[in-house]
Design a protein around this ligand. Structure first.
Ligand SMILES: Cc1ncc(COP(=O)(O)O)c(C=O)c1O
Length: 397
């Protein structure tokens, strides 16, 4: 794969026909180091967010050895990573997936119902002997206070059924845990205060000792339209809440960041094929790397990279239209760009590393990307070398 200092250097060297994924593995490495330094437990990367070997390599190089996996194909992939410990944290799994995961060495399973517990026991019982090495995590329902993608409606258990399930799991598990997810792209730590309060109630009501606590993912990235709290603020709040929980001092903690580890590590470089009023027709979109911009209203940072912007050029708000014929293929933004942008220009769309690549499909000509390594800094960042929140670049040239 070719390496360029910046997206502008790439465009100066070639005029790519396909959209380009500009990878910044160093950004993933930095994010992983921040989590490993600051979080007092296992940092399990949520594999689904982006499984590019370049990013997995950077995460691994930084020291990540735990992976949150949610499907059998992910497990088959991640099981090839040396010394990796996989945690199957999808609360609803097929019987065959449980069986195969166990055969591949997976011992951590999350669940939110007695049916799932029965399935897990049945599929890990061999020659009449139940597994004695299961790490079972009860997935607790917690409210989504301020996340962009709430996860509380699909999975989770609460109230008396949760206390009953936790007690049952205690009898079977070699290690018992509680897990939750506050929702993806959570903007303030308040969500963790509420969630950990729910954990406290569950432990007290069930009257059991837990060995593990998994606080899930949900940590934010920076986009063009919102200023999340700093990562330090998240971790300080989480530390304070965990301090108050009725758990043993040696309780083993885990977190499962996806977005926060890879979002900054990938840009998308697109060509403008037409400009019409406030709309730019570009060569990727809703069915490609920009699903979140089309369907969830994400406003990624943008900059013009095909020519210098003369000083004093006004900035304008644009919406994007993707390359298919249908009108779902629209990203409303608004995306800020210099008012000179026109047909034939190239734009860098930053911080698309979380879920963009993973979701991109093949509809109507989609799915062909070039790939390069970029050496410069992400357009917006939550991290700097000292771990503080930092604005690396305003994103507007
Ligand atoms: C169980 C679980 N863990 C972790 C994650 C990663 O979340 P995020 O990317 O918001 O950190 C997800 C995302 O859906 C998830 O479902």
């Amino acid at each position: 794969m070719q390496t360029f200092a910046t997206a502008a250097d790439l465009i100066a060297a070639r005029k790519p026909e396909h959209p380009v994924r500009g990878l910044r593995p160093h950004a993933s490495g930095r994010a992983a180091r921040w989590f490993l330094d600051r979080f007092d437990g296992d940092v399990a990367y949520a594999y689904k967010a982006n499984s590019s070997v370049f990013l997995i390599g950077a995460l691994y190089g930084a020291g990540i050895r735990h992976f949150d996996v949610a499907s059998l194909p992910e497990i088959e992939d991640a099981a090839t990573i040396p010394d990796a410990e996989l945690h199957f944290m999808h609360p609803v799994k097929s019987r065959s997936a449980i069986r195969r995961a166990y055969a591949l060495g997976v011992r951590s399973f999350s669940l939110d119902s007695e049916d799932e517990l029965d399935k897990t026991i049945a599929e890990t019982t061999f020659e009449g002997k139940e597994a004695k090495d299961l790490k079972l995590f009860v997935r607790l329902t917690v409210p989504s206070i301020n996340s962009r993608i709430p996860l509380e409606h699909k999975f989770g258990i609460t109230g008396k059924p949760a206390t009953d399930l936790l007690r049952k799991c205690r009898l079977i598990a070699s290690e018992l845990g509680i897990t939750f997810h506050v929702g993806s792209q959570t903007s303030t730590p308040e969500a963790f205060v509420v969630a950990l309060d729910e954990v406290q109630k569950l432990i007290v009501n069930a009257g059991v000792v837990i060995d593990r606590l998994d606080i899930g993912g949900g940590f934010p990235s920076r986009y063009g339209d919102e200023e999340p709290s700093s990562m330090d603020a998240f971790m300080d709040t989480i530390d304070q809440c965990i301090e108050k929980l009725p758990v043993p001092e040696n309780v083993r903690l885990m977190c499962e960041p996806g977005r926060a580890l890879v979002s900054e590590a990938e840009s998308l470089i697109v060509r403008v094929d037409a400009r019409r009023d406030g709309g730019l027709y570009i060569n990727d979109g809703a069915y490609g790397m920009l699903f979140d911009a089309a369907h969830l209203g994400f406003v990624f940072p943008t900059r013009l990279v095909s020519r210098p912007v003369p000083p004093g050029t006004p900035t304008k708000e644009f919406e994007f239209w993707g390359p298919t014929c249908d009108s779902i293929d629209q990203m409303k933004g608004p995306f800020l760009l210099p008012d000179i942008v026109d047909e034939g220009d190239y734009i860098e769309i930053g911080n698309v590393g979380a879920y963009g690549r993973a979701i991109a499909g093949h509809f109507n000509g989609y799915g062909q990307y070039d790939e390069v390594i970029l050496l410069d800094e992400p357009m917006l960042s939550m991290y700097d070398a000292d771990g503080d929140k930092v604005v690396v670049d305003s994103g507007q040239s």
